[in-house]
Design a protein around this ligand. Structure first.
Ligand SMILES: *[C@@H]1O[C@H](CO)[C@@H](O)[C@H](O)[C@H]1NC(C)=O
Ligand SMILES: *[C@@H]1O[C@H](CO)[C@@H](O)[C@H](O)[C@H]1NC(C)=O
Ligand SMILES: *[C@@H]1O[C@H](CO)[C@@H](O)[C@H](O)[C@H]1NC(C)=O
Length: 424
């Protein structure tokens, strides 16, 4: 380039408005991961630089009886997060029980120690043994570390490895979820106090302000019919009540932490959100879903659905079901448009099941919709599940001691591609 031309270019650069691309690049450079807070715009989630994004991740349970994220007796937090990262995933759905927050309140504002939590849930001998295994694998902890400090450390490591945290209130009483008779089905059920739920959501939303990776929260996992409580079922298991509770929970979260995206889960084990998407009556009343009912944070709402139609014989049928049950919200035909994520789906981790209709259909459908998802489940095993200690999770991505993939053929044959196709 001749000197005179170079001068003209320099002069031009200094006076002309930068192109939109340059502005975007500059914003991206200035921004710091995770580039929050996120907002929604129609069917998209946007970060603070205006870039759209979604999640591709896995569930990491922390809501079972011990109420500590699973797997730490076998591996360090760093190792487990590296495993998630090696899949190219960008998010973890971290589940918690309201009971943990109830116990913080009843313990004078201090969470209980992991020593007490393990002994309470596993008994003196096994609780002590498993605690010592956790301390050996995770020497940063000690017997008086609290459960919440473990959650903090998990969130911190996820941030270090640039993986978003999506918190999920999975259940009220810390235990395996979900059935129609487990006392955690619906607001007002045996263990499901609405007041404690609201308090617990507020607490975690507020506490999570110190977690760099926290970007969203799910209000409640799999609302469902209390099948052993006809009075509750008749009086309250309906869309009208659902809407009142969701608004209450969303409001509590937003007041405590206005940055978070708020995920709404549907009825019948979070398998349907049809009236919300189609804007039809929230029965038995005649009111309808309205973004105006979420003043100041209508652009924070995301829909989440689960699907476990594992024995479906036909991918078209599954896709039609998903569309009808809520994925329509991603399309222009929806009355109310939202981002939609499948926050749970899963299946037996062997060499065969992932090749079947259900798993392969979801592996193509979700990336094609640019819909986010979390596979159930990361856990190779649980400290305790339904009374059995060291429970083997045959649906787990990881094997029993969380050291390797349970089904390498699935990971290499489908999962890596599904992550890539979702995030590209
Ligand atoms: C972002 O939006 C564009 C369409 O505007 C779409 O093609 C792309 O897949 C989206 N990216 C993600 C991660 O959703
Ligand atoms: C204690 O742990 C051992 C080894 O995992 C197990 O066999 C035993 O059943 C556990 N005890 C109880 C009460 O579950
Ligand atoms: C135990 O670990 C926690 C963090 O996990 C820390 O805050 C506390 O100071 C440690 N206590 C002792 C006695 O080392």
């Amino acid at each position: 380039m001749k000197p005179i031309a170079a001068l003209l270019v320099l002069a031009g650069l200094s006076t002309a408005a930068p192109s939109p691309n340059v502005v975007q690049d500059e914003q991206a450079k200035r921004a710091v991961w995770p580039n929050g807070p996120f907002v929604t715009s129609g069917r998209w989630i946007l970060d603070a630089t205006g870039k759209n994004l979604t999640y591709a991740g896995t569930n990491w349970p922390g809501h079972n009886d011990v109420m500590i994220p699973e797997g730490l007796q076998y591996q360090s937090i760093e190792t487990i997060v590296q495993k998630v990262k090696s899949l190219g995933m960008n998010a973890v759905r971290l589940t918690f029980a309201i009971q943990m927050i109830d116990e913080i309140y009843s313990n004078g504002g201090q969470d209980i120690t992991i020593q007490r939590a393990f002994v309470q849930a596993l008994g003196q001998a096994n609780g002590t043994r498993v605690l010592n295994q956790v301390l050996a694998k995770n020497p940063r902890f000690n017997a008086s570390t609290t459960r919440l400090q473990v959650f903090d450390a998990v969130a911190e490591e996820l941030a270090k490895q640039q993986i978003y945290v999506h918190l999920d209130n999975h259940i009220s009483k810390g235990m395996w979820c979900c059935s129609g008779t487990d006392g955690n089905t619906w607001w007002g059920d045996t263990y499901f106090s609405t007041a404690n739920w609201v308090r617990g959501l507020s607490y975690m939303a507020e506490h999570g302000k110190s977690w760099r990776a926290l970007v969203s929260i799910g209000l409640r996992n799999e609302p469902r019919e209390p099948t052993n409580n006809q009075a509750l079922s008749r009086s309250a298991y309906n869309w009208q009540s659902w809407y009142g509770y969701m608004r209450q929970g969303a409001d509590a979260v937003h007041k405590s932490n206005p940055d978070l995206l708020i995920f709404l889960s549907g009825m019948n084990y979070d398998t349907t959100l049809t009236p919300v998407v189609q804007g039809t009556a929230l029965t038995p009343g005649s009111g309808r879903f309205s973004f105006g009912d979420f003043p100041g944070y209508a652009n924070k709402l995301v829909l989440e659905l689960h699907n476990y139609e594992n024995s479906i014989g036909n991918c078209n049928t599954l896709q039609n079901n998903l569309y009808r049950n809520g994925f329509q919200a991603l399309t222009s035909s929806a009355t109310n448009k939202f981002p939609v994520m499948m926050t749970e789906f899963g299946f037996q981790m062997d060499d065969r099941t992932w090749r079947g209709v259900y798993a392969s259909c979801l592996a193509s459908y979700l990336p094609a919709q640019k819909a986010g998802w979390f596979i159930w489940v990361l856990s190779g095993s649980y400290y305790i599940r339904s009374g059995t200690q060291d429970f083997e999770e045959s649906w787990g991505l990881l094997n029993h001691d969380w050291s390797a993939w349970r089904s390498p053929s699935y990971v290499n044959g489908a999962l890596l591609g599904m992550v890539k196709n979702t995030l590209s």
